[in-house]
Ligand binder design. Structure first.
Ligand SMILES: CC(C)(COP(=O)(O)OP(=O)(O)OC[C@H]1O[C@@H](n2cnc3c(N)ncnc32)[C@H](O)[C@@H]1OP(=O)(O)O)[C@@H](O)C(=O)NCCC(=O)NCCS
Length: 166
């Protein structure tokens, strides 16, 4: 396995990890069979791609911040932090993925732990996480971070609350 130069941490999107990001996300879309059309424009003008994802961005009608989990030139995954919950009550405060080459090494668990600190800094005392019932691995990530189950939302996803005070 690749030895990381330093413990990974959540950082603002940056052109510094251009190759790591593009190769990691491409490996991920190939592994998951998901849409790859966005990778072409992203690789053509990575600076614009990063600029569009920097700072507080309105997504799904609420302010959100996108953070990348990186170590030196390596990009491991993304975490999205919603500053408040959606009006209709679906979804949670935090979403994330770890790209395929870096899975099963504890990175999602560590990334969520750091994401909860960012949520606290934004004034979110209790973060809501929602997980599809079949997503056993994400459930483990949430439970490892102290997630307390709270039923299921109208979209059929399991809800968990995590206090951000630590
Ligand atoms: C879910 C996801 C974030 C997990 O990332 P990860 O970095 O592999 O997670 P971790 O290494 O921290 O592992 C978390 C737990 O899941 C288990 N796990 C992860 N992948 C696994 C696999 N392929 N098979 C079996 N167990 C697996 C780990 O062993 C660990 O369990 P443990 O705490 O009991 O030891 C990643 O698979 C992913 O990005 N999936 C697609 C997007 C997604 O589902 N996002 C979450 C939406 S709620």
């Amino acid at each position: 396995m690749i030895e990381l130069p330093e413990p990974p941490r959540l950082t603002a999107p940056s052109t510094d990890v251009r190759v790591g990001y593009l190769v990691g996300e491409q490996a991920d879309v190939v592994a998951r069979g998901t849409d790859d059309a966005w990778l072409g424009p992203a690789s053509r003008d990575f600076a614009a791609f990063v600029a569009a994802r920097t700072g507080v961005v309105e997504r799904w009608g609420v302010p959100s911040t996108l953070l990348w989990f990186t170590s030196g030139p390596y990009y491991l995954g993304t975490l999205v932090l919603r500053h408040r919950l959606l009006e209709h009550g679906y979804g949670g405060h935090i979403g994330y993925h770890v790209v395929a080459p870096w899975r099963r090494q504890g990175h999602a668990t560590a990334m969520l732990a750091q994401g909860l600190q960012h949520a606290r800094d934004l004034g979110v005392d209790r973060a809501l996480l929602t997980v599809a019932p079949e997503n056993e691995w994400s459930r483990r990530v949430v439970l490892a971070n102290g997630g307390v189950p709270d039923g299921r939302n109208g979209e059929g996803e399991d809800r968990f609350w995590i206090g951000t005070a630590g």
